[in-house]
Design a binder for this molecule. Sequence first.
Ligand SMILES: Cc1cc2nc3c(=O)[nH]c(=O)nc-3n(C[C@H](O)[C@H](O)[C@H](O)COP(=O)(O)OP(=O)(O)OC[C@H]3O[C@@H](n4cnc5c(N)ncnc54)[C@H](O)[C@@H]3O)c2cc1C
Length: 408
Amino acid sequence: MTRRERTVDVLVVGAGPAGLGAAAGLAASGVRRVEVLERDRDPGGIPRHCHHDGFGTRRTTGGLTGPAYARRCAAAAEAAGATLRTGITATGWAGPRTLDTTGPDGLERITARAVVLATGARERPRSARLVPGTRPAGVYTTGELQQAVHLHHQHIGTRAVIVGDEPVSLAAAETLRTAGVRVVARITGLPPEPCAALRPRDRAPLLTRTTVTALTGRPRLTGVAVRHEDGRTTTLPCDTVVFTGDWIPDHELARRGGVVLDPGTRGPAHDAAYRTGANGVFAVGSLLHGGESAETATAEGRAVTAPVLRHLTTGAWPAGRPALAVTEPLQWVAPNLVGPDGEPLPGRLTLRTGRRLTAPLLVVRQDGAVLHRGRLPRTLRPGSSFRLPAGWLVRADRQGGTVQITVG
Ligand SMILES: Cc1cc2nc3c(=O)[nH]c(=O)nc-3n(C[C@H](O)[C@H](O)[C@H](O)COP(=O)(O)OP(=O)(O)OC[C@H]3O[C@@H](n4cnc5c(N)ncnc54)[C@H](O)[C@@H]3O)c2cc1C
């Protein structure tokens, strides 16, 4: 089958909040042919199936449900003049800024002057978490659960266990309640957390320092086997289990294009201007770091406008930038490439920790030299990001080695 070949100015892949924010900003800034590809039937990304409110800030949107937020993002992009094409999947690369696509009208090959990747993130499913046991029905991530309940109106079950204690597990509990499913327990491998994000109304017990060892039952789930910190094992009878949080960027397309991935976030390595390691390819939103808010994704989409415009005008692209990296218990930092000389630095960096830290001393070094040493006067929790002012980056050697952030 032959491919229809076309050109556009900017091709955005993914019509979630980040891609739509980028499309709205670019089209409103006068870029003529801004096209957004979305593999789903409708634009909006994950918020489309999040029927709870909490999308956007009170200041920006008044606090919307996910579907209302999704509609608002799509309407803004279209009103600005961007073209939204749904049911179209970008499947691979035929050149540095040329993407192959497939959709109901057949195959296409689209070449752009700049590409913005905004393919989002997903929660790691049971298989990727290497949970042993049977392969029964009744096993979900929060995203799959919300699609089953809100988009496909499927029957879920009666008794559920939630695995994970990130803020998104709150959405899982809410969706289960909507579907008439009782939450019998919540499980986390982490220690007890005084300000845990999840305080469900049904007061299901939170089992801390507990790990899932197996799923039982066939063809339907009958229980979740767990091991407690003291070595005791129990099986929690249930017909539904929801694995929450533990985000993995949807990086497959980026990877196929040879875009270098950051080992911490597992999304594209990028600088403060959202430039990846591939000339003319930008990345925004959850693809860069899963588990942030939709408003952050929209803001990043908007913020990529100026760097893309600059690239369309000058064609310039930096090479050989030092990476920013973290050591445990820190999990990742973004942005994770230092920008070139003469460019504005990020005002602050976003980081995550794998365990609770109280007033940690953070030390930043490059090639043995200390660029920054300072205590963050707060408690940092796993599952939530924190920010680190980055003024010290002016002292980084743009030709030097990796800039390493450690807990002192
Ligand atoms: C269960 C759940 C509850 C949440 N609750 C909240 C909340 O209350 N408040 C809040 O602010 N945030 C919440 N979030 C987070 C929020 O949804 C994300 O921050 C936001 O959706 C990220 O936007 P994005 O555009 O980066 O990615 P996404 O929304 O994931 O959008 C990416 C889009 O790219 C498309 N795509 C991927 N690959 C391709 C391809 N190859 N070709 C074409 N299209 C492609 C996908 O279909 C998708 O539509 C929640 C997330 C989840 C999972």
